[in-house]
Design a protein around this ligand. Structure first.
Ligand code: OGA
Ligand code: MN
Length: 295
């Protein structure tokens, strides 16, 4: 029997789902209702969850296969706080102490403050991400989400026609460089070569189109670097206007799942030397590379 309620935050973007216990196995009818809401709202907030790592992963798997966590700063981390099924989104080291100023893991966390969508820089990007809050900070440390379907809808037709079939090259090292994080080894660089993704995605479940961009975007194929950078900057500015944004203030036990195909997100500032912020993220792989899928 379905008893949970879905409370939209915007008409068709971001909703809160109450009275559902994600640690339990859901009926297939309930799973379908949650999925329908997910395709419609693109960001779902499930407050008050008590999830073991296994339960977190199990729920996330309802949306597809888990993307294994391979970090670019892998070689620095001696001991992972969680296993490879999730990403450690915290400002903590393996002994749960706040990360040192010069920690590469800390730099990697800082890069999450730039608007992005997860794993767009991989050949096969991420379909969804489910972030679970274990320890939250009293001030700041929100996560902002933007609806890139609404952003697409609001573009003038002339721009839509111009950009509809474009392909973008992305690299994680491009976004890292923007915050001064550049000391990657050749081995690390070789492990994550640039990816190519379509600039505009069709989302089959909602029959909507979405801008597919991120601060990892380096250049537009077939355009001069200057022209490509200018267009990407313009689209990024357009897509991150306040009317498209939901800003999530975390409470312990929140699980937030988002559709990486049609949203961007970013972390926001907090006193990371003083407060511990501890989250873990399970990530769902997309079905393939977006350029290959489109052709
Ligand atoms: C992520 C991410 C932002 C944040 O988990 O993918 O970008 O606020 N997080 O922690
Ligand atoms: Mn992210």
């Amino acid at each position: 029997m379905t008893r949970f309620t879905i409370q939209p935050i915007h008409t068709d973007f971001a909703a809160e789902v109450f009275d559902i216990d994600l640690s339990k196995k859901q009926s297939s009818a309930d799973i379908n209702l949650v999925k329908e809401a997910f395709w419609k709202y693109a960001v779902l907030v499930f407050p008050d969850q008590k999830l073991s790592l296994d339960q977190h992963v199990e729920f996330t798997t309802l949306f597809g296969p888990i993307e294994m966590n391979v970090n670019t700063y892998q070689e620095e981390v001696k001991k992972h706080r969680f296993d490879y099924r999730v990403s450690d989104i915290s400002n903590l080291d393996e002994e749960d102490n706040i990360l040192a100023e010069n920690s590469r893991k800390r730099m990697s966390g800082l890069a999450n403050r730039l608007w992005h969508t997860d794993s767009i820089f991989r050949h096969k990007p991420a379909l969804a991400s489910a972030l679970y809050a274990l320890t939250v900070v009293p001030i700041g440390g929100k996560t902002e989400f933007t609806d890139t379907r609404a952003a697409w809808d609001a573009l003038p037709d002339i721009t839509k026609n111009k950009i509809d079939k474009l392909i973008v090259e992305h690299s994680i090292f491009h976004s890292r460089a923007k915050i001064g994080f550049t000391n990657f080894t050749e081995k690390e660089k070789a492990a994550l070569p640039p990816s190519r993704q379509v600039l505009v995605r069709n989302i089959p479940e909602s029959h909507r189109k979405a801008l597919y961009i991120a601060s990892h975007a380096m250049r537009i194929i077939g355009m001069s670097d200057h022209e490509g950078v200018a267009l990407l900057g313009e689209l990024m500015a357009h897509a991150t206007q306040p009317q498209f944004i939901y800003s999530h203030r975390w409470r312990v036990g929140d699980l937030v799942i988002w559709d990486n195909r049609c949203t961007m997100h970013r972390g926001t500032d907090y006193d990371e030397k003083r407060f511990k912020r501890d989250m873990r993220r399970a990530t769902v792989s997309d079905i393939g590379n977006t350029v290959e899928l489109a052709s």
